[in-house]
Design a protein around this ligand. Structure first.
Ligand code: AMP
Ligand code: MG
Length: 419
C-alpha cells in the first residue's frame, strides 16, 4: 500500500494562506486506498477506481420519444392534413421486423424501436383517427420530430465515468444503463478518531463539575462518515503525553489516517508534539484563517495525522475545509474544490485583511428571488448552535475587509463541505 513520506507536510513558512495550504495538500497527497469490486447497490458514495468505457450505444436503437404515430416525413403533405393507413403497432420492448411501406403509418409507443422506413413521430394528441384504420395528421411537423437517436445518450467506446469520481445515484444508473453489475472502487479510507481533553466525558455518563460532554468526537465521526470514510472510534484520551502517545500509536496501527480533536492550542502544542516525538513527525500549520488555527499535520509510520482544534466550531470548519480534501485525496478522489454560490449579505461585514474567514449563515429568499445570507449573531468558536442554525458558510477572501449590506459574497453550502 502507498504511504506518505515523513516530511510530506513540511512547511517552513510563517503564517500560511488558506489557498496555499490547500494547494500544498493537493500536491502532496497520494492515494493510499486499495481497489475492490463492489456491486452497483453498494456503490453509492464510493470512489470509482476505473475509467468506465461503454461497450455499446445507449439507447441501442432509434426509438419513439412519445406515444403516437411513426411515419416517413417524405409522405407528409405540405400545408394540409395527411391521411395514412395504420399498418402495425409497436410497443416498448418489441421490435418490428421488416420495413414500413411508404404511405403508411405505425402506431408506436414511447421507447419502442423505430422500424426501418419511418423517421418522424406524431404525438397521439396531435393525430386524429379516421375510423377506417387510417390516421389523419396535421401539417407543420419537423423531420425527425419525437425520435430519439441511437447512441444519443452514450456512444459505444466513450468513457462515461472517470476514476476518482464519487459515485452518485445518476452515476450508478449510468453504469447500469450499459449493463454493468459492479465497478472497481477504492476501499473505504479507514480513519481513526480520538478526542483529547481531561474535561471530556462520554455522553450517557454523569458529568461532574468542570466536565463537558464530548461533542466533537460524535460530530467528527459523523462528518468523516459523510466523507465516505470508515471510522475507528478510539474514544477520549486524557491530556497526558504517554496516554496520547499510546493512543496515536494504536490509531496509526489500525487505520490509514488519524484525526484528533483538541489539545492544539498554543499552550498545549509542545504536549502534542512531545507525544509524537519518536513515533512520527508533526508540523503546525499556522494558517491565516478564522476560525481555526492552528491545524497540525503530520505522519505516524506513514499514516497521515491531522490534529484539529478543540473548539467545536473551529474543529468542524477546519475539518470541512482542510481535512476533507486531504482525506478524500488519500481515499483516491480527484480533487474538486467545493462549489461556491454568490449570495447577498444581509448585513455589512468587516474583517481583518490578510486572513480567510468563514461565517456561519442562514439563507433566506428575498421577494425578488435572490438568496440573502444572514449571519448567525453569536460567532464564538465554541457556539455549536451556530452551525446547527446555519445552511453553510460564507467564505471571505484574504483581501476582503469591508462588505456592504447587499453585496455579493461566496456561500459554501454544507452539502458541498460535509459530503
Ligand atoms: P483545546 O483545543 O483542547 O484547547 O480546547 C478548546 C476548547 O474546546 C475548550 O473549551 C474545550 O473544552 C473545548 N473542547 C475540546 N474538545 C472538545 C470536545 N471533544 N467536545 C466539546 N468541546 C471540546
Ligand atoms: Mg484540551
Amino acid at each position: 500500500m502507498a504511504q506518505l513520506s515523513d516530511d510530506c507536510f513540511a512547511f517552513g513558512g510563517e503564517l500560511m494562506r488558506a489557498d496555499e495550504a490547500l494547494s500544498i495538500l493537493a500536491g502532496r497527497i497520494v492515494c493510499v486506498a486499495g481497489v475492490e469490486r463492489a456491486g452497483l447497490r453498494a456503490c453509492r458514495g464510493r470512489i470509482l477506481a476505473e475509467d468506465v468505457v461503454a461497450p455499446r450505444d445507449v439507447p441501442p436503437h432509434d426509438n419513439a420519444a412519445v406515444d403516437g404515430y411513426a411515419v416517413a416525413f417524405a409522405d407528409l403533405a405540405e400545408g394540409r392534413d395527411t391521411r395514412l393507413r395504420v399498418v402495425a403497432r409497436i410497443a416498448a420492448g418489441h421490435a418490428l421486423d421488416g420495413t414500413v411501406q411508404p404511405e403508411t403509418a405505425v402506431r408506436i409507443f414511447t421507447g419502442a424501436p423505430m422500424p426501418l422506413g419511418v423517421d418522424t413521430v406524431f404525438m397521439q394528441e396531435d393525430a386524429r383517427m379516421a375510423g377506417d384504420g387510417a390516421v389523419v395528421l396535421p401539417p407543420g411537423i419537423k423531420q425527425g420530430a419525437n425520435r430519439r437517436r441511437r447512441g444519443e445518450d452514450i456512444a459505444a467506446g466513450a468513457v462515461i465515468l472517470r476514476a476518482g469520481q464519487r459515485l452518485r445515484a445518476q452515476d450508478i444508473g449510468l453504469a447500469a444503463s450499459i449493463g454493468r453489475t459492479d465497478l472497481a472502487v477504492r476501499r473505504r479510507l479507514r480513519v481513526a478518531v480520538l478526542s483529547t481533553g481531561d474535561e471530556l466525558v462520554e455522553p450517557g455518563l454523569p458529568a461532574p463539575p468542570g466536565k463537558v460532554y464530548d461533542a466533537n468526537r460524535y460530530a467528527l465521526v459523523a462528518l468523516l462518515e459523510q466523507f465516505g470514510c470508515e471510522v475507528v472510534d478510539l474514544g477520549i484520551v486524557a491530556d497526558r503525553r504517554d496516554a496520547v502517545r499510546a493512543a496515536l500509536v494504536e490509531a496509526a496501527g489500525l487505520a490509514d489516517a488519524v484525526v484528533t480533536s483538541g489539545g492544539m492550542s498554543t499552550g498545549e502544542e509542545d504536549h502534542l508534539r512531545a507525544a509524537l516525538d519518536g513515533i512520527g513527525t508533526l508540523h503546525f500549520w499556522r494558517l491565516a484563517i478564522r476560525p481555526g488555527r492552528p491545524v497540525a499535520l503530520g505522519s505516524i509510520g506513514g499514516k497521515a495525522f491531522v490534529g484539529l482544534p478543540g473548539n467545536p466550531v473551529a474543529m468542524m470548519v477546519t475539518c470541512m475545509r482542510f481535512a476533507r480534501p486531504l482525506l478524500l485525496g488519500l481515499a483516491g478522489a480527484t480533487p474538486r474544490p467545493p462549489l461556491a454560490f454568490k449570495v447577498r449579505s444581509a448585513q455589512p461585514l468587516r474583517k481583518k485583511h490578510g486572513r480567510r474567514e468563514w461565517l456561519r449563515v442562514r439563507l433566506e429568499t428575498a421577494p425578488d428571488g435572490q438568496s440573502i445570507a444572514h449571519r448567525f449573531p453569536r460567532d464564538g468558536a465554541g457556539i455549536l448552535t451556530s452551525l446547527v442554525e446555519s445552511d453553510g458558510l460564507l467564505e471571505l477572501a484574504e483581501e476582503t475587509t469591508d462588505i456592504d449590506a447587499g453585496a455579493l459574497v461566496d456561500f459554501l453550502p454544507f452539502s458541498e463541505l460535509a459530503a
